[in-house]
Design a protein around this ligand. Structure first.
Ligand SMILES: [Fe+2]
Length: 152
């Protein structure tokens, strides 16, 4: 079970998005700590609940930016980005179903470890791939806007 170290490669250049990514990674590391201490039940459920809500909020931030600048982001990139977010939400729902069904014991522990691995792998790949690619388009748009003649 790996621990995610925050690194500058994760930076997209969009401050709000970067802060949210950092918070997500901190939360995953807290989950890692609790799992490694063998803590299950309440504390972990609370973290998962927080992650659910925070992820939805975070996806909302990114999706709003993509919608606002819809014309300047390649359509296939935007569609892939939305699709990846939906896939993530669907997988998390599946894990919730499994955790509900298991309730206690060894199966629950295994499902939690599997969930943790999924969260880490998906988040790192998504930030380093689709998020950074999208951010580079959004930053270009901002730079072009700041170079445009003012007051015309
Ligand atoms: Fe994203």
């Amino acid at each position: 079970m790996s621990f995610i170290k925050w690194q500058k490669e994760f930076l997209t250049g969009l401050p709000e998005v970067d802060q949210q990514h950092q918070k997500l990674i901190e939360t995953l590391n807290l989950l890692h700590f609790l799992l490694s201490k063998g803590k299950i039940q309440e504390e972990i459920r609370e973290i998962l609940h927080f992650l659910d809500n925070y992820t939805v909020e975070h996806f909302g931030t990114e999706e709003k930016l993509m919608v606002q600048h819809s014309g300047q982001i390649p359509r296939d990139l935007k569609e892939r980005h939305f699709r990846e977010h939906r896939y993530f939400i669907d997988r998390i729902q599946e894990f919730h179903g499994l955790l509900e069904a298991y309730q206690n014991g060894e199966q629950e522990k295994e499902a939690l470890l599997e969930l943790f691995e999924f969260l880490c792998t998906w988040l790192c790949e998504h930030i380093l791939g689709t998020d950074k690619e999208t951010a580079s388009h959004l930053i270009n748009i901002q730079e072009e806007a700041s170079l445009a003649p003012q007051g015309l």
